[in-house]
Write a protein that binds this ligand. Structure first.
Ligand SMILES: [Zn+2]
Length: 81
């Protein structure tokens, strides 16, 4: 499990060509974004990580699929439980 996550980080770093901490997004993480969703929530749960990232709004349950670079520009904070 841990090994697989590491492998994903490395692959994503290679694809995006940068090593910023935004590459450490993992499934299950809660990301806090800069701009709030119309429902008022600022937090999203990461459901899937790949070339695109699937996130679920913690306020209303709305699911979004966004390209990685887009998500990286939105993030203010990543919380891991
Ligand atoms: Zn929402």
């Amino acid at each position: 499990m841990a090994e697989k996550s590491t492998y994903i980080y490395i692959r994503i770093s290679l694809i995006t060509g940068d090593g910023r901490n935004m590459d450490k997004i993992e499934v299950g993480d809660i990301i806090t974004v800069k701009k709030q969703h119309p429902c008022g929530s600022l937090e999203w749960e990461v459901l899937r990580v790949g070339a695109d990232i699937r996130i679920k709004c913690q306020g209303c349950g709305h699911i979004l699929m966004l390209p990685r670079p887009k998500v990286c520009t939105m993030i203010k904070k990543i919380s891991r439980t």
